[in-house]
Ligand binder design. Sequence first.
Ligand code: COA
Length: 248
Amino acid sequence: MAKKEPSYFVPGYHLEFSNHLVDKLLDAIQRAEVYHEPQKCTNFGFHVASPSALKLSAEVKMFILQTERLILRDFQPGHFDAFFATTNDPEYQQFYAEEEMTRPFWQKIFTHILEGTTETPRTSYQLAICLSDGTLIGTCGVRTEDALNQQASFGCAIGRPFWGHGYATEACRALFEFAFTQLSIHRIYADTKAKNGRARALAEQLGMQLEGILRETQFFRGVWWDTAVYSILKNEWNTRKQDADKRR
Ligand SMILES: CC(C)(COP(=O)(O)OP(=O)(O)OC[C@H]1O[C@@H](n2cnc3c(N)ncnc32)[C@H](O)[C@@H]1OP(=O)(O)O)[C@@H](O)C(=O)NCCC(=O)NCCS
């Protein structure tokens, strides 16, 4: 189908859209009515919207970031089943305690995530990661845990069928760029089970440094688990960005 409207590349910028507009935008993208110009995308910028979407952004109700292949958006109440479904895999679940894998457990987390979308001032951006056709594949988020010291925690999880495509890296880069440029965050940190190789590879791919291993911090599934702690500072992020720009 012919592409009708050029899209705008907005480096380091985010827009907020109403729920209705996001659905319209997803629909337009699906029908290829909104230009995608990957050559204009960088891993650190956002490629956003049609002119009509930009005009309507004044409605400002929903948060959205767009990357080359993904849309990161606020969760809506109707997303719970799709969200819960992403956790339903033994490989995904292996680093979580059994009680952390139940529907009530995730329901509680999901309610907390929804509450975060209406908080003022907003401190938590735990976003749904969607493919450009709207399929919900996982979540990533930054949470300002200590505003005074500009410290944010970070986490990411993707459904098993979508591993190995670089989606987590792509989503988290956009999220980090947003956090460091729009939220005045000085340090983003994450912890994961030391044995969670994929989560550690993701942290390293994002330029996070290993701060240390905390020994035997949790006991579940019959064994003690070590925790690996990673972080990245704003100046480190900016240096990586400049290096990436030079290479381009
Ligand atoms: C942690 C988790 C999000 C990592 O997912 P992932 O798919 O491995 O991570 P990425 O999206 O960065 O993909 C990296 C892989 O995609 C490949 N890839 C393909 N296309 C790529 C691209 N365009 N860009 C980057 N990587 C790409 C990489 O080579 C790498 O492959 P490999 O795993 O064979 O080495 C996922 O394992 C997960 O959700 N686990 C369950 C929940 C969990 O434990 N979360 C962490 C809690 S702390």
